[in-house]
Ligand binder design. Structure first.
Ligand code: SF4
Length: 558
C-alpha cells in the first residue's frame, strides 16, 4: 500500500478550526448526529464502525500510481480529511470513497449515492482542488454490498453546496443548541448514535401516542467483576484482565466481557489495569470492607457541554423542584405499591397495614403541591417512616426470628435485614454512578439531595428510582425464601450487624441476578433489563432539560 502524507496533522497550526470530512458527512446524514459527535463528544465504537475500518485496511491499489490513505487539509476551505483512494484517470485525479453497505435506489431502481455520501465525496473533490491546485471533474463511491460504483460529477453547484454546508456545520459547532431529531425515522435505525441520542424517546416526549421502537440495546451481557477477597489483585496482560485470588486459579477475561470492576475491601489493582480500564471506558468502583460505597474512577475526557447544560438547568429552582417532586412520588408510590402487594399475601385482614397504605396515599397526594425542597423533604420523611414502619409485616411466618427487624437503621445497621439493605444500596449507588459517568453528567450536581453527604448528590437522587425494584424487593423475597444463614452470612459486632464475606458474595449474586431480569418500561413501553435501565433512566433525566421532557421518574411499581 502506498501512503502519501501531503500535510501531516502535527504541522497544522490551527487544526481545531477545520472540520473533518467525516463530520461533514455526519452533518449531511443528520445535524443532530453531527452535534452529538462534535459538540457533546459522544461516540460509540459499534460493529459497523469497526467493519468500516477493516474495509479501509483491506483496500489495495488497483493500478500503479493509485494512492491510498491520503490526508488533506485546507484552512481557507475549513476542511480536513483522509480520502480512501485517489486514482489518476485520463490525466485527471479522481477521489474514491468505499462503503461497505448498499447504494440508494431511486424510483426507477437505479443505484445512486446516499445524500450524505455524495456530500462527503464532493468535499474530497473540493479539498483536492484546493490543496493540489488541479481541476477535479468527479468523485466515485463504491458500495461493496451490491458491488455498485456511482459516479458523482463535481461542478459549480456542488462546490457551492459543500461550502455552504461547511459554514452551516461550523455555525452549529459553535452553538449550544442541540438540534431536534430527524424527521426521517429510517435514518435513526441505521444511526450508530441512536442508543445515546434516543430519537424514539424524543418523539414520544412530544407525542404521547408515539409507538416508540426500541433502538436502545435491551441488555448488556458483559459482566460486572466484583473482587472481594482480601489480597486479590487485578492486573493486565495484553488485552485481558488478570484476576489473581489467593488459593484460586488465575482468572483471565477479555476486556470485551467486562462492563465494570468493583473492588471491595482491600483488593488491589495495578496502574496498568487502571489505565487500560479507563481507556476502554470500563467503570472502576471502590466499596469498603464495611460495605460502604467509597468512590469511582472518572475517566471522562469530554462531555463538557453536557455538564454545562446540566449546571444551567439544575441551578433553576423551579426545575429542581419539579424533578424532585417526580422522584419523591416515584419512590413513595413504589413503596406503597410494594406494601399493597404484601397485603395480598397476608392471612386475613391486616387493618394496620391498610391504614399505613391509606396514609401514604394521602401524603403522596401533597407531593405535587410542595412549594419547596424543604416541604418535599418533610413529605418524603413521612412516607419513608410509614413504609419502614410497616415493612417488617411483609416478612413471612416461616422466616427465622433473627431476620426480623423493627425499622430502618442505616450506619451502622442494627440487624441482619438492615445490613442487607445497606449493602444493597451501596451496590446500587455504584451502578448509578457508573451510569452518570457514562452519560457524561456531573455527579456532584443534583436537584434534590444536598452536597453534605459523602455520596454525590446526583447519584443519591437517581438512586431513589431504583431502591425498590433492585434492593428492597429482592431482599424481602430472599428473606421470605429462607436464603440466609443467620450465622455464616453475618458478623455481629456489639450492637452492629455486618455481612460476612460469604454474605456479601450471596447478596452480590442476588443483586446481579435481579439486574438481569427484564422489565417493561412504563414510559417508553418497551422491555429491557434492569442493568440497562440505569443508563436509560439517566439519559431520560438529561432529556428533562434538553427539550425532550416527561419520561424521567416514571419507574413506578405496578
Ligand atoms: S438517532 Fe436519528 S436523530 Fe439521532 S443522531 Fe441519529 S439520525 Fe439523528
Amino acid at each position: 500500500m502506498s501512503t502519501l502524507e501531503l500535510t501531516t496533522p502535527e504541522l497544522i497550526a490551527d487544526s481545531e478550526e477545520t472540520l473533518r470530512v467525516c463530520s461533514l458527512h455526519a452533518y449531511g446524514y443528520c445535524p443532530r448526529l453531527f452535534y452529538l459527535e462534535e459538540v457533546e463528544e459522544l461516540y460509540t465504537q459499534d460493529a459497523a464502525v469497526f467493519a468500516g475500518r477493516r474495509l479501509h485496511e483491506e483496500l489495495e491499489p488497483e493500478a500503479e500510481g493509485d494512492w491510498l490513505d491520503l490526508y488533506l487539509e485546507d484552512e481557507i476551505l475549513g476542511l480536513r480529511g483522509r480520502v480512501d483512494a485517489l486514482k489518476t484517470q485520463q490525466g485527471q485525479l479522481v477521489p474514491y470513497e468505499h462503503k461497505r453497505g448498499r447504494s440508494f435506489r431511486d424510483e426507477n431502481k437505479r443505484p445512486q449515492a446516499w445524500e450524505s455520501d455524495r456530500l462527503q465525496i464532493l468535499a474530497y473533490c473540493c479539498l483536492l482542488e484546493a490543496t493540489q491546485k488541479v481541476a477535479v471533474a468527479e468523485g466515485r463511491i463504491r458500495y461493496h454490498a451490491d458491488n455498485v460504483l456511482v459516479h458523482i460529477p463535481f461542478d459549480e453547484a456542488s462546490r457551492l453546496w459543500v461550502k455552504e454546508t461547511i459554514q452551516k456545520a461550523r455555525a452549529l459547532r459553535r452553538s449550544s443548541y442541540r438540534p431536534p431529531v430527524t424527521a426521517n425515522e429510517q435514518l435513526c435505525t441505521r444511526c450508530s448514535l441512536a442508543p445515546v441520542c434516543l430519537p424514539e424517546e424524543a418523539r414520544l416526549s412530544h407525542n404521547k401516542e408515539w409507538p416508540a421502537t426500541r433502538l436502545f440495546p435491551q441488555d448488556d451481557e458483559r459482566e460486572v467483576i466484583h473482587v472481594l477477597e482480601p489480597g486479590a489483585r487485578v492486573g493486565r496482560t495484553g488485552d485481558q484482565l488478570k484476576i489473581t485470588r489467593r488459593e484460586q486459579a488465575e482468572q483471565k477475561l477479555s476486556i470485551q466481557q467486562v462492563s465494570q470492576v468493583a473492588l471491595h475491601s482491600f483488593s488491589q489493582i495495578s496502574t496498568q489495569a487502571l489505565h487500560f480500564l479507563a481507556d476502554k471506558n470500563v467503570g472502576v468502583h471502590f466499596i469498603s470492607g464495611g460495605g460502604r460505597y467509597v468512590g469511582s474512577i472518572d475517566p471522562r475526557g469530554g462531555s463538557i457541554q453536557r455538564r454545562i447544560g446540566q449546571y444551567r438547568a439544575l441551578t433553576q429552582p423551579e426545575l429542581a423542584l419539579t424533578l424532585a417532586q417526580k422522584l419523591v412520588y416515584c419512590r413513595g408510590e413504589s413503596q406503597r405499591k410494594f406494601l399493597m402487594r404484601g397485603q395480598r399475601y397476608q392471612e386475613g385482614e391486616n387493618a394496620e397495614l391498610a391504614s399505613v397504605i391509606a396514609q401514604m396515599k394521602a401524603v403522596l397526594k401533597q407531593v405535587s403541591q410542595a412549594q419547596s425542597l424543604g416541604t418535599l423533604l418533610g413529605l418524603e420523611g413521612n412516607v419513608a417512616a410509614l413504609y419502614f414502619g410497616a415493612l417488617p409485616q411483609l416478612i413471612g411466618k416461616e422466616a427465622p426470628p433473627e431476620m426480623r427487624f423493627s425499622g430502618r437503621s442505616r450506619r451502622p445497621p442494627k440487624d441482619r435485614f438492615n445490613a442487607l439493605l445497606s449493602f444493597g444500596y451501596a451496590l446500587l449507588i455504584k451502578d448509578v454512578m457508573n451510569a452518570i459517568l457514562l452519560v457524561g453528567l456531573e455527579p456532584a450536581l443534583g436537584f434534590y439531595h444536598q452536597p453534605r453527604t459523602q455520596a454525590p448528590p446526583l447519584a443519591l437522587d437517581l438512586m431513589e428510582v431504583f431502591r425498590m425494584p433492585l434492593v428492597d424487593m429482592p431482599v424481602m423475597a430472599s428473606v421470605n425464601r429462607g436464603q440466609w444463614d443467620v450465622s455464616a452470612d453475618f458478623e455481629i459486632r456489639g450492637a452492629q450487624v455486618w455481612l460476612s464475606e460469604a454474605g456479601r458474595r450471596k447478596l452480590i449474586d442476588l443483586y446481579e441476578s435481579r439486574k438481569s431480569e427484564s422489565w417493561k418500561h412504563p414510559a417508553t413501553g418497551y422491555s429491557l433489563t434492569y442493568r440497562r435501565l440505569f443508563e436509560l433512566e439517566t439519559r431520560l433525566l438529561e432529556k428533562e432539560w434538553s427539550g425532550e421532557p416527561g419520561l424521567f421518574g416514571r419507574l413506578i411499581l405496578r
